[in-house]
Design a protein around this ligand. Structure first.
Ligand code: ZN
Length: 278
């Protein structure tokens, strides 16, 4: 059971539906390694439970997620690696790149490939790393107050580590979001096909669970193969190669910053730029 989890909750709100909820609203669901590890364990539990056909990812509080918690004290050694990356403490670019490959890109890609439909239920702000929980899901239902942004170009890197912006938002809007750092609205996300449905805030939970229950009436193998077929089409378009290419450039950015700014992985003026535009 989930009694040992501190950052996520797990329940089964209806037949065939599992719901994982980010449960750190006091920190706007900022993601430290502990949250990412518990989230991964919860996805595994839902994936392996044969009674579950659809997985919902929701969040407590006003905002879905403010991104990565860079002040988090949990290390990768505390939670354990899931993938095959190694040398997490190595000097230079090696250790930092391995940690981000493991805990960021690796987990996102793993969740994107879960053999069951997944639905994100999104309210409030989704900032930077927050997108990396929303985008790996198959469907996105959001409330009309939801906004989505990736402002990290201000920190001197190309964007968040799971770089699927062109696939999720289209190339034109992806560049707009990245160059300006602005937050797009739920309606703008809907117009560009980045989300499936926009609903009033007080109906978000009910609309998401109704959609999940509707999907859960279908046979598992039909759902699994439908998902796999769409994912295969994205794979044929080169999504994985594009992610890995962007991740390499992301680490050129981190290394550039370390050389230029006395060891800092990010441009230290970035926070000031973002705050001045808030
Ligand atoms: Zn990074």
């Amino acid at each position: 059971m989930s009694d040992e989890w501190q950052r996520v909750r797990y329940d089964e709100p209806s037949d065939g539906v599992a719901r994982i909820t980010l449960a750190r609203p006091e920190a706007a669901n900022a993601q430290d390694y502990l949250m990412l590890s518990e989230l991964n364990q919860a996805f595994d539990r839902a994936a392996r439970d044969e009674s579950v056909r659809v997985i919902v990812l929701a969040a407590d509080g006003k905002h879905f997620s403010s991104g990565h918690d860079l002040r988090g004290t949990t290390t990768i050694h505390d939670v354990g690696a899931i993938g095959t990356q190694c040398h997490f403490d190595a000097e230079g670019a090696e250790g930092y790149m391995a940690r981000e490959a493991e805990m960021y890109v690796g987990l996102c890609w793993r969740w994107r490939n879960i053999a069951k439909p997944t639905i994100a239920s999104v309210q409030g702000k989704v900032i930077a790393g927050g997108l990396m929980l929303v985008w790996p899901m198959d469907l996105i239902v959001c409330s009309d107050d939801a906004t989505f942004s990736d402002p990290v170009v201000a920190f001197g890197v190309n964007g968040v580590e799971y770089f699927v912006h062109p696939f999720e938002a289209g190339a034109r809007l992806a560049k707009d979001m990245l160059f300006t750092g602005r937050a797009i609205s739920a309606q703008e996300a809907l117009q560009h096909g980045m989300v499936n449905r926009v609903v009033p805030r007080d109906q978000l939970e009910a609309e998401t669970l109704a959609l999940a229950a509707h999907i859960a009436k279908r046979p598992m193998f039909g759902l699994t193969t439908a998902k796999q077929s769409v994912n295969n089409a994205q794979d044929a378009m080169g999504i994985y190669t594009a992610i890995q290419s962007a991740f390499g450039l992301h680490h050129v950015g981190h290394s550039h910053n370390r050389l230029k700014y006395d060891g800092s992985f990010v441009d230290p003026t970035g926070a000031q730029v973002i705050r001045s535009e808030a």
